[in-house]
Structures are given as structure tokens and as C-alpha cells.
Design a protein around this ligand. Structure first.
Ligand SMILES: [Zn+2]
Length: 262
């Protein structure tokens, strides 16, 4: 059976220092975000690596030209309107904003910080899938051990959790990528790929900038910038022999979970 590698990036204003009581104004947040996106261009401009870019409308409005260009080969999905605040009306407003920038239908959602969202509101806004679930236990954030590791329906909405390893559910998210030894991360990816037939990974462009002057915990920046880029390129190389890269929308469409439009 053909296997799929679903790479995703949360394309956003870099507001993480605010969580650690370091002020950073919106211009600087945007600047770090766009520099990260530029650092990723060697990957994003490779048309054989389609990815899904969960983008805040706030970020897309600041850089509409680059988001529109990226929408040619990547899926643009919603990361709501603002990274630092949320109201239910932002679900629809971010979708409409991203649609007017890209001239494509936006079908996917991922909430900032994987926060809980009312699925009726998500459906009402017209999304076809939600990828705001990390089906594991993250101390101080959430405990999703009881949820499915793989695609499931809830309230008639499709939910695509990000990948965790089989059984013990080690999270294969951005923090795992920079904190586990590379060889371990790769083995866990291959195990998930084998068991599930796909793997859904996520990163943030700002991770690929120099973060040393920001007051983030060491585990959030212990590998950043170029070193992290090299690690990602290595992972992409290693995974390219194991499966096909796809946007989430195309993958769900191939698997007949959704009937996709443009
Ligand atoms: Zn985010």
C-alpha cells in the first residue's frame, strides 16, 4: 500500500516569547515569521514536496503575495485569524480572508497551540477537516491519550490528529524533532508510517531562524536556524524513499474522506 508523508507548517506571527514574559511587538513577530518562511524556501520551492501551510489570516494579510505564490504548490489552510487571541467568528473570517488572498477554497483548520475548539462552529464556518489534535499527553497543556491516534469523525467533522508513535504515543511534533536523537525520531516516523499508512508532522517557520536572543525554554530552541534546517532536509531525504509527500487536502481526497474542490 502506498504511504503518504504529510508535512505541515504553522505559518504565523512569532508570539511565543509573550508566553515567557518577554515583550515582542507585532512587527518583530511578523519579521521573525517571514524570515523563517524565507529560510524554508529551499524546501517549499521544491514542487515534489507539497505541504500544508496552516496560516493565520493576520500573517497572510501582511504577506499576501508570498502566500498566494505558495498556494500554487501547497495547501493553504487556516490557523485562525490571530495567533494570540481567538473568538469563534475568527473561524469564518480567517477562511474568507485566506480564500480571497489565494483564490482557492480553504478546507482545513488547525487551532493555535492545539487549543480546544467548538466543532459545531468549525463546521458552520465551512471547514472539511480539523487538525488540532495531538493525541498524547503534554504536561500542563492537554491529555489526549483517550483520543484516536489516526483519522476519525467527531460531530460529523473529520479530525486528523498529528502523528504520535504507536502504543506509547511519543509525540512526533516539532519539540520531539529537535529534542529526540535524530535516529530515534526517524525510527518512530517509520513505525507510524508502517502502522498507519501516513504520517502527519508539524513545524513552524520561525524555528528555522536564530532564536538565541529570545527567552524561550531551552527545549524550544536547542536546535534552531541552519542546524534545524539541515535536520529537516535530512528527514525529508530519509522519508522520500518511504512514502509520497502530499498536502493534507489531497491525501484526504485520495482516501475518499473528502471530495475536494480546486
Ligand atoms: Zn501556531
Amino acid at each position: 500500500m502506498k504511504k503518504y508523508v504529510l508535512l505541515s507548517f504553522d505559518v504565523e506571527e512569532f508570539d511565543m516569547p509573550l508566553e515567557y514574559k518577554q515583550s515582542i511587538d507585532i512587527d518583530e513577530q511578523m519579521d521573525v515569521g517571514i524570515r523563517g518562511l524565507e529560510a524554508l524556501m529551499p524546501i517549499l520551492s521544491n514542487t515534489s514536496i507539497p505541504t500544508t501551510l496552516f496560516t493565520t489570516a493576520n500573517f497572510a494579510l501582511r504577506f499576501p503575495t508570498i502566500i498566494k505564490e505558495l498556494s500554487q504548490h501547497h495547501e493553504i489552510a487556516s490557523h485562525t485569524f490571530y495567533h494570540s487571541s481567538f473568538e469563534n467568528k475568527d473561524l469564518l473570517e480567517s477562511k474568507l480572508t485566506l480564500e480571497s488572498i489565494t483564490n482557492k477554497t480553504i478546507v482545513g483548520l488547525r487551532m493555535p497551540r492545539m487549543r480546544k475548539v467548538n466543532l459545531d462552529e468549525v463546521k458552520k464556518a465551512g471547514y472539511l477537516y480539523d487538525s488540532s489534535i495531538n493525541p498524547t499527553f503534554i504536561p500542563g497543556r492537554y491529555n489526549n491519550f483517550n483520543l484516536s491516534r489516526t483519522i476519525y469523525h467527531e460531530n460529523n467533522l473529520l479530525r486528523l490528529p498529528v502523528s504520535v508513535s504507536p502504543i506509547v504515543r511519543l509525540p512526533l511534533f516539532w519539540l520531539g524533532f529537535k529534542n529526540y536523537p535524530y535516529a530515534l525520531f526517524k525510527i518512530l516516523c517509520l513505525q507510524s508510517l508502517k502502522k498507519d499508512g501516513y504520517i502527519c508532522l508539524y513545524f513552524h517557520p520561525w524555528e528555522f531562524t536564530d532564536l538565541k536572543n529570545y527567552q524561550l525554554p531551552g527545549y524550544a530552541k536547542r536546535i534552531d536556524g541552519k542546524l534545524l534546517m539541515e535536520r529537516l532536509e535530512r528527514l525529508i531525504d530519509d522519508l522520500s524513499t518511504q512514502g509520497e509527500f502530499s498536502t493534507i487536502r489531497d491525501f484526504l481526497s485520495i482516501k475518499n474522506y473528502i471530495h475536494s474542490i480546486n
